[in-house]
Design a protein around this ligand. Structure first.
Ligand code: GTP
Ligand code: MG
Ligand code: MG
Length: 333
């Protein structure tokens, strides 16, 4: 017998009790924002800097989460619903800007570790300052700002749902499922798409068309959205956690369906041509694309956020979803 919802909820709530004594205000990362703004301005004073990722999605900053930044031109922002260029030329120009930016950051902050990552789908500069916050900087790409604003707009419909998202994210990192840990295959972003899709299927959230999100309307520094402790000692949260696990273990038809925020209702693999045939042919940067566990990116064309979930990792995910009931998302001690 799995534990009762109240027990699960209490356990997850307890795992986050350290947050009640932490300053979660986004102002904690505004210092990092200022530092990056100055470096970006030294390369090109016309560029604007946006913060996205978890700080934008939740409106709070959790200790230990990285901060994601993107430098955008005036035209990028004004054409805030535009598609991001995915050509090799665009990627080359982005890498060139980031090379200059990396040089400036190294000059001004010589003790920091600054790494230019080019092999990824999107060129990025990764900065570790050794003490407080690590950050990633990309350039000329609106999609991160848009997908974070979309997820935030969903969580604003029901702010306590952030606890489910945070619980799932914490579990995914501890279970070794999260792409940020060795052997992991789905990013935090991917898990957030799973959480929101589940809530939409349950009718707990109203559908938002992704096209409605316009960078021109998004504040560059995300406003703080206070996080109240879970209600009733986590009773509702516990039910939601168990129902989330039930949904992905027994209801979601992974063989035929796609986790998608692109349109209301069900999206099939057939519809996107994410089939066995396509799987055999598809490659990205020389790496195989899997269509075992499909998560459609709401903004990138034909991108499966679950592309690294191999058949083996798919089994691994299922076993962890099963275990997560007994362990209350790995929070039970
Ligand atoms: P933590 O950093 O783990 O606290 O969570 P986070 O919410 O910041 O998520 P993450 O760092 O995974 O993602 C930040 C941003 O990177 C997202 O808003 C996406 O724009 C982008 N991103 C991350 N993973 C993927 C991916 O698999 N595909 C795509 N297209 N974008 C991704
Ligand atoms: Mg992040
Ligand atoms: Mg990041």
């Amino acid at each position: 017998m799995p534990p009762a919802a109240a027990v699960v909820g209490r356990s997850v709530t307890r795992a986050f009790r350290h947050l009640s004594t932490q300053d979660l205000h986004t102002r904690r990362v505004e210092e990092a924002y200022r530092v990056v703004v100055e470096c970006v301005a030294a390369v090109d004073p016309a560029m604007r800097l946006y913060m996205f990722g978890s700080t934008a999605v939740y409106g709070v900053h959790e200790k230990g989460s990285d901060v994601d930044f993107v430098a955008l031109s005036k035209t990028d922002v004004e054409d805030g619903k535009g598609e991001d260029a995915a050509t090799q030329v665009a990627k080359g120009l982005q890498a060139e800007f980031l090379g200059k930016l990396a040089r400036v950051v190294r000059q001004r902050h010589f003790s920091w570790n600054v790494e230019e990552v080019r092999r990824t789908r999107v060129p990025v500069v990764r900065v570790k300052d050794g003490s407080s916050v690590d950050f990633d900087i990309t350039v000329n790409r609106r999609n991160g700002v848009r997908n974070s604003a979309l997820l935030r707009a969903y969580f604003e419909q029901d702010p306590p749902c952030r606890w489910l998202s945070m619980g799932v994210k914490r579990w995914s990192k501890r279970a070794g499922l999260n792409a940020s840990v060795v052997g992991g295959s789905i990013t935090s972003y991917g898990f957030n798409l799973m959480v929101v899709y589940y809530l939409l299927r349950r009718g707990a959230l109203r559908f938002i068309p992704p096209a409605a999100i316009d960078v021109a309307q998004v504040p560059p520094v995300p406003p703080y959205l206070p996080l109240e402790p879970p209600r009733n000692d986590g009773a509702e949260l516990g039910e939601q956690v168990l129902d989330f696990l039930q949904f992905y273990l027994h209801e979601f038809d992974a063989a035929h369906h796609v986790i998608s925020l692109s349109r209301p209702g069900i999206t099939t693999k057939e519809q996107l041509n994410w089939t066995k045939n396509a799987e055999d042919r598809a490659r990205m940067n020389g790496e195989k694309i899997n269509y075992q566990w499909c998560i459609e990116d709401p903004y990138e064309l034909n991108l499966n956020v679950g592309r690294n979930v191999t058949p083996l990792k798919r089994d691994f995910l299922r076993r962890h979803l099963e275990k997560a009931r007994e362990t209350a998302l790995l929070t039970a001690t």
